[in-house]
Design a protein around this ligand. Structure first.
Ligand SMILES: [Zn+2]
Length: 466
């Protein structure tokens, strides 16, 4: 069989890997969107490099848009196969893809206004929220550890990757005549000893493995410190400076982790008496889905829920849905915490909060996740003093802080620990995907030193016979 790397090759977004079996069955691993490259992104997303009508199965590792975001697009372009993922991933995709569709519609509207002024024809959104809703009919959910037959050649099994709710490492077994090829795909790998989700779990020995490498060159601080760092940011900003603490956050996963951390601090009487807002309709819906999928929770939160049945809610916390209530936060002068998407600060309501408060020294912007280098989030995180938001220049007078340890991705030591379930001598090939080139090179050296051989960093559209 053959594997072709159709995205997230030497970069972190656009995850897509195409497998073609000897009999001609075409299986796509993930169908993610490219993000954060401005105008270039749209063209990259439309140029798939394969015919969606020829895809028989799509195996989805998790719901993040850089892994799932082009499913509605391939559906629109004629894909009529089956999407396989875990039940929680399916539920998250139902809200996230529709949300992505709405973002495409509104971005295209803005873009078309500019085009009209230049006398140019309007363009279509890559897909609409209605197309996103329609594609959900292709989904079948498969629980962790249940081998699922696809066609008469292959079986797929999901193992918990501990990254976000429902995230999975994929093990695909393909029969080709007398031999069976086992291929593993880590998807995104989470950290160990987290507050809500389980650790990434070991998976059976495979012949070939695709591993992520987002933090292939970095080590995080321990998770225990994150709660303390969060508390210090709250006290310094809200108590000392009487300012706003803005926490740009992925709507899924990170937002709930921060709310749970605040909830715990509040329960211990450490949180000052200030208002907390989760201002992101997607986070609100995701939190509700999280409440439904306690089967993905770890022991610690199960224990916690015996005394506090709602880990994602407490007295001073408000979830904000309406645009009016969101706008009201802008004119608010009191100290408060605002958790809002998107995490890379490229879209969503957080941009309004930043535009409103970034030039105020009383504000703190707390960066809690990975930001693709070309994004607004990355520019703010690296300390740029002037940034552009909605096309207007702003001076960054706000304090900028980072909490690395809340990352949803394992660092390279954690990745090594995760991969230690595999015997390097039995791995015929290890492909590093989903990472920036520098991180990948560093990770290749680390893997080689740890005894892995035949470690490759495929380029976009590279094809390898397995
Ligand atoms: Zn992810």
């Amino acid at each position: 069989m053959k594997i072709e790397f159709m995205g997230a090759a030497r970069e972190v977004t656009g995850s897509k890997h195409l497998i073609t079996t000897r009999k001609g069955t075409r299986i796509l691993l993930d169908c993610g969107m490219y993000q954060g490259k401005g105008l270039e992104t749209d063209a990259m997303n439309r140029d798939l490099g394969f015919d969606p009508r020829e895809i028989d199965f799509l195996i989805l590792s998790h719901a993040h848009i850089d892994h799932s975001g082009l499913i509605p697009y391939i559906y629109k372009m004629g894909f009529s196969g089956t999407v396989l993922c875990t039940p929680a991933t399916r539920d998250l995709c139902a809200i996230m893809l529709a949300d992505a569709g709405r973002i495409q519609e509104s971005d295209t509207q803005t873009f078309n206004k500019k085009r009209k002024a230049q006398g140019l024809e309007p363009v279509e959104p890559i897909y609409t929220h209605l197309e996103a809703e329609a594609c959900m009919g292709c989904f079948i959910s498969v629980p962790y550890h249940k081998p699922f037959r696809i066609g008469d050649e292959a079986t797929v099994t999901f193992y918990d990757a501990g990254h976000i709710l429902g995230s999975a490492c994929v093990v695909l077994e393909v029969k080709e005549g007398r031999r069976t090829v086992k291929l593993g795909f880590t998807g995104d790998v989470g950290r160990y000893d987290k507050r809500i989700l389980r650790d990434p779990e070991p998976f059976p020995q495979v012949d070939y493995l695709l591993t992520e490498s987002t933090y292939g060159d970095r080590l995080h601080t321990s998770l225990g410190d994150a709660e303390q760092e969060l508390l210090m940011a709250v006290l310094d900003t809200c108590t000392k400076k009487r300012g706003k603490l803005i926490i740009p956050s992925f709507a899924i996963g990170r937002a709930q982790e921060i709310v749970y951390a605040l909830n715990r601090l509040n329960g211990r009487g450490l949180l000052p008496d200030i208002d907390c807002f989760v201002d992101s309709p997607l986070s609100v819906n995701a939190t509700n889905i999280m409440r439904l999928h306690t089967e993905c929770f770890n022991r610690e939160i199960e224990e916690y829920m015996k005394t506090d049945p709602d880990p994602f809610g407490f007295g001073r916390l408000q979830y904000i849905q309406s645009v009016e209530a969101s706008k009201a936060l802008n004119v608010r002068n009191k100290a408060c915490i605002i958790i809002s998407a998107s995490g890379m600060m490229e879209a969503g309501r957080v941009k309004h909060h930043l535009a409103n408060s970034i030039d105020n020294p009383r504000t703190t912007i707390l960066v809690v996740g990975y930001c693709e280098p070309s994004t607004l989030g990355a520019r703010i995180a690296r300390g740029d003093k002037k940034v552009s938001i909605f096309g207007h220049p702003y001076e960054v007078r706000a304090e900028v802080r980072r909490i690395e340890s809340l990352s949803g991705h394992a660092d390279y030591n954690e990745l090594l620990r995760y991969l230690s379930c595999q015997d390097p001598r039995r791995l015929k090939g290890l492909f590093i995907v989903h990472g920036q080139a520098d991180a990948q090179e560093h990770f290749r050296t680390t893997l080689t030193e740890a005894g892995y051989t035949n470690v490759q960093i495929p380029a976009l559209r590279d094809a390898v016979e397995l």
